[in-house]
Write a protein that binds this ligand. Structure first.
Ligand code: ZN
Length: 167
């Protein structure tokens, strides 16, 4: 049976840790990937990394509209160009920022069958890969903002935290 997980929100320490390498592809890992996809579709989002559901493993799932994908131990081997896109994060709800990142990336990793993955991604797919690999390195999108964007974002996030404390 498929399970959905609550998504961890900024402030949760697991979002700031480098996730651990995956050494074995077990049935439990295959099940985790399936549950991550269900969680991502329900959110809804176009990508989800394991730390976002509290799991310390280097795996992410994605679907930018071309069908689901799962990448294990991803590495961005090369990047090129620049592209501006309004980027948000399921772990920082209801916020998004115009952000410049490389337009193309070359992603390496493994799939759930243990086969090598080698993808030349562009634009939205490239953006998704960069965002998810950042999650596996403990980096949130707020760290990619310029100083002004970041100041404003942290102010709003702090105000929300205070509102939560008040109930
Ligand atoms: Zn995110």
């Amino acid at each position: 049976m498929t399970v959905t997980y609550p998504i961890r929100i900024i402030g949760d320490p697991i979002l700031r840790q480098r996730a651990s390498e995956i050494t074995d592809i077990t049935p439990a890992l295959v099940k985790l990937a399936d549950d991550m996809l269900t969680t991502m579709y329900e959110a809804p989002g176009v990508g989800l990394a394991a730390p976002q559901i509290g799991v310390d493993r280097r795996i992410f799932v994605y679907d930018i509209g071309d069908g689901p994908g799962v990448i294990i131990n991803p590495v961005i081997a090369e990047t090129s160009g620049e592209w501006v896109y309004k980027e948000g994060c399921l772990s920082i709800p209801d916020m998004a920022w115009d952000l410049v990142r490389p337009k193309e990336v070359h992603l390496l990793g493994k799939d759930l069958n243990g086969n090598d993955v080698d993808i030349e991604a562009d634009e939205l797919l490239a953006r998704c890969f960069q965002h998810e690999v950042d999650h596996l390195d403990g980096v949130l999108v707020v760290e990619r903002l310029n100083a002004d964007q970041r100041k404003e974002a942290m102010k709003i996030i702090r105000q929300r935290d205070m509102a939560l404390l008040k109930g």
